[in-house]
Ligand binder design. Structure first.
Ligand code: ADP
Ligand code: MG
Length: 739
């Protein structure tokens, strides 16, 4: 009966009947046919390639129940829901995991035993339980599908030790069942791990191309990344995007900075409760929010077709991870920009985090990071680099997706390197192909590291032979020789650089020339940028004096009209900043120092008009460099203070809760109101300042020339008033009148 169902026509009918699709996607049909024949089958297809269907359809067609192993409970539930939604009965798919109670488990088992259930989703730890094993032995299993199979390999980006036991469990079931493995990330190393671990070396392997020709890859030095991100988003108004950060803290910080700067963004990480997580995820899917800022917890199973950009605020821990995450862009085949921000210091931080881990794990982690660094620093086509990493050859001139990365669009300097490459390859031969890239370069440049002297490589004729060539260039040469296929990295002992057959041919019969590109040198970019940043801060601003005068005149005029002192309208630093940034709309005005929402609305309009005219009349090129409003100061302490005041908590209690002196709290409050935020401390002032005195001080500020407290003390008499009192009233005054 099964043989009949494997005919192509029958498969297509079933596809239409059960899923409503007209045709198979990519290699689906071949993969399905292979499994239907009872073959062990390994499907390697990119995210969104339609892997689920490769086991769902056979499960429906074959006798018995298919076991599907999947790493996440949330994913399992989604999948089961989606199968049920195709209209078959609800019993057709079930999951068995720790989230079920006893009676639910009994129901699942009944459905499986009665043959109603065609797909049983299991977490790997459930397969491990003795009672489950006993149960599975007693029913007919059609096949076992291991989804997200890269979890088996510590070289994958999401290693789960439980996955290592799958083979044993399948054996335990004691039936002759075909196994299918599916993954979207298979470097040759991970692929070989999966096959070995599942004992499926003879499996039929179907590997789709990983090329995503519509994605544009770009790596930028991590200089002022937030500013770069905001600018990018503003230039891409209304498009959906994901920003990945490595830490939860960064996620929250960036999300709120984006929000303050008018970007419709939400945070997402595993530290939020399930409710907020699904709310934020839904907001993104339903386009109530444009940008999601997330840790890698976000995205598994997300199937939004029109994500237009994926930004890596931090470099990821591995290229597999990077590829998965960037893979969420442009799934509909439309635009997909992938931008990663690179700073070698981030890599060093990641290395430090690995310290507490077992040595073997550290070693793996370090090598994966090295690949990430190579990717970031390489000057060859990024697509070519990535595809090579996935074991795929690709022609950077004519391949699909050519010229779709920063390096191809802006090629780096090229250098003739034939002689050096030959020296390098001979050295690799001399040291019996047993060493890693770094070690090889150390020998070439004559660096006597402890490893070099342990192996007495300092005695080799090649020791120091290449010291006139920069170390970085040697590294670049190795990377490029790897990508060109002259060298390769050993799968069993990952990282050891060996010579391929193509490389041997090259050595025997060298071509006329071998050109390499100079890698990017981000370190100098970043070092310089810090100089520039510190200098520019120290050097003060290049303020437009003429405009500043006009703004001051306007301020005077408005103050008169409104019958308030000029400093209530805007304080000097705000006018200076305007004379620097030339804000010409409300959004931009709100980005000016000391200007909050309230102040912008209350006083901003005439200032914007003045600046707009000024810019037009004088043909001023406004700085492209926009100002990013920071929430760093607002975060934590300030937010706490503002919220506590909303709840009318006595100021002393707020201060002591934050371990501050009362004086420091007052100072924080002054910062808060001076930067344009309203706070209402009436509940507190009522208790400590009597009404007449309050009125007198308030009136004083209404007439004053300056907001200065010393001046106020002098005018009002420091015998009668304390500075603290005046400061409290001034906070109230500024909140009410100025903001
Ligand atoms: P993967 O697991 O490979 O990332 P999925 O199995 O989640 O991919 O499938 C991605 C999307 O492709 C899903 O929305 C699915 O419904 C759709 N899809 C799968 N097969 C087909 C097909 N033959 N025709 C049209 N759409 C398909
Ligand atoms: Mg999948």
């Amino acid at each position: 009966m099964e043989a009949m169902q494997t005919s192509e026509a029958a498969l297509e009918t079933a596809l239409k009947e059960h899923f409503g699709f007209d045709s198979f996607k990519g290699m689906q049909k071949e993969v399905i046919k292979s499994l239907m024949k009872g073959q062990d089958t390994f499907a390697i297809m990119p995210t969104g390639g339609g892997k689920s269907l490769c086991y769902q359809l056979p499960a429906l067609l074959k006798d018995g129940t298919a076991i599907i192993i999947s790493p996440l409970i949330a994913l399992m539930k989604n999948q089961v829901d989606s199968i049920r939604s195709y209209g078959s009965n609800d019993n057709v798919a079930h999951f068995l995991n720790s989230s079920l109670n006893k009676s639910e488990i009994t129901k699942v088992k009944e459905d499986v035993t009665n043959g109603n259930t065609k797909m049983l989703y299991l977490a790997p730890e459930s397969l491990n339980k003795e009672e489950n094993l006993e149960f599975l032995k007693s029913v007919t299993i059609s096949f076992v599908a291991v989804d997200e199979a890269h979890c088996i390999s510590e070289w994958g980006h999401d290693f789960r030790p439980e996955y290592r036991r799958i083979k044993e469990m399948i054996k335990g079931i004691d039936q002759d069942i075909p196994v299918m493995a599916l993954t979207a990330t298979a470097t040759p190393k991970v692929q070989s791990d999966i096959q070995k671990n599942l004992g499926m070396s003879d499996a039929a392997v179907y590997k789709a191309s990983f090329n995503r020709p519509n994605l544009f890859y770009e790596v930028r030095p991590k200089i002022d990344p937030v500013k770069q991100i905001i600018r990018f988003i503003k230039e891409n108004q209304g498009k959906s995007g994901i920003i990945y950060c490595l830490s939860r803290k960064k996620v929250e910080e960036i999300a709120s900075t984006l929000q303050v700067n008018g970007v419709n963004a939400l945070p997402y990480h595993a530290g939020f409760d399930a409710n907020s997580r699904s709310r934020h995820q839904d907001a993104f899917l339903m386009e109530d929010c444009d940008v999601i800022v997330a840790t890698i917890a976000f995205g598994m199973g997300i199937d939004k077709p029109d994500v237009r950009f994926v930004i890596h605020y931090d470099m990821p821990k591995s290229l597999e991870g990077y590829y998965q995450e960037t893979g969420r862009a442009g799934r509909d085949g439309g635009e997909g920009r992938c931008i990663a921000f690179y700073d070698y210091r981030d890599i060093e931080k990641l290395e430090k985090f690995m310290h507490g881990k077992p040595v073997a794990e550290q070693e793996v982690g370090r090598q994966l990071l090295e690949e990430v660094v190579s990717y970031a620093e390489t000057a060859i086509s990024r697509r070519k680099f990535l595809l090579n990493y996935f074991g795929e050859e690709w022609d950077e001139e004519h391949g699909e997706g050519a010229k779709m990365d920063d390096n191809s669009v802006n090629p780096k300097e090229k250098i003739e390197f034939k002689e050096q490459i030959l020296i390098l390859m001979r050295l690799i031969d001399t040291i019996k192909q047993r060493f890693k890239a770094k070690h090889i370069v150390n020998i070439l440049v004559g660096k006597n590291t402890s490893e070099v002297s342990t192996y007495r490589h300092n005695n080799l004729a090649e020791f120091g032979i290449g010291k006139d060539t920069d170390e970085r260039l040697w590294m670049a040469a190795i990377r490029q020789a790897l990508v060109q296929g002259l060298l390769y990295k050993d799968i069993e002992n990952y990282g050891l650089v060996k010579i391929s057959e193509k490389g041997r041919a090259f050595m025997e019969n060298p071509p006329e020339s071998f050109i390499i590109f100079k890698d990017h040198d981000y370190s100098s970019d970043i070092a310089n940028s810090e100089d520039i940043l510190t200098n520019s801060k120290a050097g003060g601003s290049a303020m437009d004096e003429a405009l500043f005068q006009l703004l001051k005149d306007l301020r005077k005029k408005i103050a008169k009209q409104k019958n308030v002192p000029p400093f209530v309208v805007f304080q000097d630093p705000s006018l200076q900043d305007m004379a620097n940034q030339y804000p010409i709309n409300m959004e931009e005005l709100k980005n000016i120092q000391g200007v909050g929402q309230g102040k912008a609305m209350k006083f901003g309009r005439p200032f914007i008009e003045l600046i707009t005219n000024y810019v037009e009349e004088n043909g001023i090129e406004r700085p492209q460099d926009m100002v990013v409003k920071s929430v760093v100061n607002k975060s934590g302490k300030k937010v706490y203070i503002i919220q506590s005041i909303d709840r009318k908590i006595p100021l002393e209690d707020i201060a002591s809760a934050k371990g501050m002196e009362f004086e420091d709290l007052i100072e924080e409050l002054e910062h808060i109101v001076d930067s344009g935020t309203k706070v209402n401390i009436d509940y507190y002032i009522e208790d400590v300042v009597d009404e007449d005195r309050l009125e007198e001080v308030y009136d004083y500020f209404m007439e004053a020339e300056t907001p200065d407290i010393d001046a106020a003390l002098e005018e009002l008499g420091d015998d009668d008033y304390t500075a603290e009192e005046l400061r409290l009233v001034r906070i109230k005054f500024m909140s009410e009148v100025a903001n």
